[in-house]
Design a protein around this ligand. Structure first.
Ligand SMILES: [Zn+2]
Length: 286
């Protein structure tokens, strides 16, 4: 959505910049894709003055439609997937349950940008996750992945859904305690997600001996206090299971957040300010 706003602003006042300094268009294009995010994915950052398009003088009267159209030519390619890998190649033991490719998610439809039932991550995040998988594999567990890289187009889909308060098809499963109208203000839906930077993963543990998911005392994408990693309303065993996942992730260079027991971001993520938009599809990889 921010991209749209920036592009609109660019359309209104940006073309003089392109006319007078061709490189300016490139800088604007890049800036529209690279903006810092606030704490994890729990707040919707406002557009700050530093992120808005610089003010330019009013267009000169003699500017023609032709020169205006010329300024819209893209000057910088979209950031691509050249530093990403297929998670199932990098961590062969993972189990994939890519909820946003399916209809079993809080919206109830396949999410925009999920074009294949696979998971993509940056090379660095995938390598760190391999360490987690190996460590927990020796203890009898496999990692079950719910989400990894998430395109900005998917986040935009979440936002459109959140704004349509009449669509509550999946309320009973994912937000029975909440009125949908509070999803933005409560931080459950944001216009940016750490996942779009490619080094964030949502996961749980699968117990090889029982053939079942480990009991975490809550389910992925449940909008409520029960999802907080430190929620004390769960049993001791469930709490210990959450700690097992969290301790393994943190010991391999990830950090969690206070609101979702399943969500972790690589500390040294390689693209801390880039929000990618290419689809989740093996075809995007080099
Ligand atoms: Zn997440």
């Amino acid at each position: 959505m921010r991209n749209k706003r920036l592009r609109t602003a660019f359309a209104v006042c940006g073309f003089l910049l392109a006319l007078t300094a061709g490189a300016a268009a490139g800088r604007l294009s890049k800036r529209s894709q690279t903006a810092p995010e606030s704490a994890a994915e729990v707040s919707a950052p406002e557009i700050s003055a530093a992120e808005t398009v610089p003010t330019s003088p009013a267009p000169a009267a003699e500017t023609t439609a032709a020169t205006t159209a010329q300024s819209f030519a893209p000057a910088v390619p979209e950031p691509d997937a050249s530093d990403f890998v297929l998670l199932s190649d990098a961590v062969p033991d993972v189990i994939l349950e890519m909820r946003y490719y399916t209809t079993y998610n809080f919206i109830g439809d396949r999410i925009d940008g999920y074009d294949a039932p696979c998971a993509l991550l940056t090379k660095e995040a995938a390598a760190a996750l391999r360490g987690v998988s190996d460590e927990l594999g020796e203890k009898g567990y496999r990692l079950k992945i719910y989400d990894a890289y998430r395109p900005q187009t998917a986040v935009d889909h979440f936002v459109r859904w959140a704004e349509d308060t009449a669509d509550i098809r999946m309320k009973a499963c994912f937000y029975p305690e909440l009125d949908k109208s509070v999803l933005f203000e409560s931080g459950y839906i944001s216009r940016r997600s750490a996942h779009s930077r490619g080094s964030t993963v949502d996961l749980t543990l699968f117990d090889i001996s029982t053939g079942k998911d480990v009991d975490m005392g809550g389910t992925f994408d449940y909008f409520g206090e029960r999802s907080h990693p430190d929620f004390r309303g769960v049993s001791q065993e469930q709490y210990a299971n959450r700690r097992l996942l969290r301790d393994a992730m943190t010991s391999h260079g990830f950090h969690g957040i206070s609101t979702e027991w399943w969500h972790f971001t690589l500390n040294d993520e390689p693209f801390p300010e880039t929000f990618f938009s290419f689809p989740v599809d093996p075809a995007v990889l080099p």
